[in-house]
Write a protein of this length. Structure first.
Length: 425
């Protein structure tokens, strides 16, 4: 008699993925760093401007990390170019909170008018002059390993190739960079112009949502990967909680942090304008740089630079467009945010740098020498700090951009047309 009994192999039950203790530990560290600011805010404590700067600045940085991790992990549920646009928007929310406070405060305190524009121009130039080259250099260094393995051609160690879908972002950035020169020509940011920029941002999100998803299914790096690996319900609840906590901390810390930046200048013997223009952006954009660097370290250079390009689009549309509205809501009666001579120079310098950045990436290629040139030109502004120096540096940006545009002239019209035609993956 033949034994016909079927042997059934019982597989061990699979357990849902969990975040490790180290991942929860990082979240706990950010929460602990933010707690003193919450205590200061609730109790109304304000020992002195320098202490306030450290406490509230630390809280903004900690909350920024929570926001960046949550925004990255949210890509698990939102795919495509729209995810990059939303990630870029959320990552710069801390900067928006600080900048919009300055604009609102300037509505009833004219001394703060300069700081709204200062914070925006500083963060904008920092993003392009330091953030873009940082990502490119990391990507090219990482590419060496893939070249040795034979999975990439040797040119990958010299040039970072951008995705075709990046042409949409570059096209919007190019148009916004040209429009930005109207601001110094008008000598202010009128309300109507702010609404035009906000409409441009809405159009950008709409077009980004139409970009077909690519085939790339890369795992998310670092903390975002830990969050994304959670079961759907746990992931969404955790991400939502991180968003809520981070947003609450940023909203509670933005005003005292912004005021401490201005007041601590006198206490430290440092120009308050300098602190607002550079220290605040370093604090609020550090997590964004780290997120982009993590992408680059994973060999995802296209996604890394794409995130920073989208951030530039957000800054020139949503942020700049919101400034005159915040100013008027704060009590401003001029119909917009007025600019003095220094702010006009800063906007020209920032817009000219953006034009050069567009010229460099318009062909969807970012050469290492271009990254080096951007860093050098960015560093020069800390040496030439007078009016003539800013104008000369602006001219250098535009002349260099004209040369690069001529070299890449075949890509100019397709890129400028990208925002108006159906996007491609």
């Amino acid at each position: 008699m033949t034994d016909t009994t079927t042997t059934r192999i019982v597989e061990p039950a699979s357990h849902p993925p969990r975040m490790g203790a180290s991942a929860w530990g990082r979240i706990a560290i950010c929460v602990v760093l933010a707690l003193p600011a919450v205590v200061f805010r609730v109790t109304g404590s304000a020992p002195n401007p320098v202490v306030d700067l450290l406490v509230f600045g630390g809280a903004v940085v900690a909350a920024s990390f929570l926001l960046a991790w949550a925004a990255e992990a949210a890509q698990k549920d939102i795919s495509g170019a729209l995810a990059i646009a939303i990630l870029a928007l959320i990552a710069v929310l801390p900067e928006y909170a600080v900048d919009l406070y300055y604009a609102f405060r300037s509505g009833y305190d004219p001394a703060y008018e300069q700081f709204a524009a200062a914070n925006m121009t500083g963060s904008n130039r920092l993003l392009l002059g330091f953030g873009w080259p940082l990502v490119v250099v990391i990507s090219l260094l990482v590419a060496r390993r893939f070249v040795r393995e034979g999975s990439m051609p040797p040119i990958a160690t010299r040039v970072l190739e951008l995705e075709r879908s990046a042409r949409l972002d570059i096209g919007f950035l190019a148009l916004l960079a040209v429009v930005a020169f109207l601001i110094p020509l008008m000598g202010s940011i009128p309300m109507w112009f702010g609404f035009v920029l906000l409409a441009a941002f809405v159009a950008y999100l709409w077009r980004a949502a139409q970009v077909p998803d690519g085939d790339d299914d890369e795992d998310l790096p670092g903390m975002a990967g830990n969050l994304a690996a959670l079961p759907r319900a746990a992931r969404r609840w955790t991400i939502t909680a991180l968003f809520v906590v981070a947003a609450a901390v940023i909203l509670a810390s933005a005003e005292p942090f912004a005021d401490a930046l201005v007041q601590s200048g006198s206490a430290l013997g440092i120009d308050s304008y300098f602190l607002v223009q550079w220290l605040a952006p370093i604090a609020t954009e550090a997590p964004e740089f780290i997120v982009a660097a993590l992408f680059a370290l994973r060999g995802m250079g296209g996604a890394a630079i794409g995130t920073l390009i989208a951030s530039k689009v957000n800054q020139w549309s949503l942020l700049v467009g919101s400034l005159p509205i915040a100013h008027v809501l704060g009590g401003g009666t001029s119909g917009g945010l007025p600019l003095d001579g220094r702010q006009v120079e800063e906007f020209v310098l920032t817009a000219s740098q953006t034009v050069l950045g567009v010229a460099i990436i318009i062909a969807l290629r970012f050469h290492r020498w271009s990254a080096i040139a951007l860093v050098v030109l960015f560093a020069l502004q800390f040496v030439v700090t007078d009016t003539s120096g800013r104008w000369i540096l602006s001219v250098v940006h535009l002349v260099a951009a004209a040369v690069v545009f001529w070299i890449n002239r075949g890509d100019v019209l397709p890129t400028l047309a990208a925002p108006f035609r159906r996007p491609v993956a």
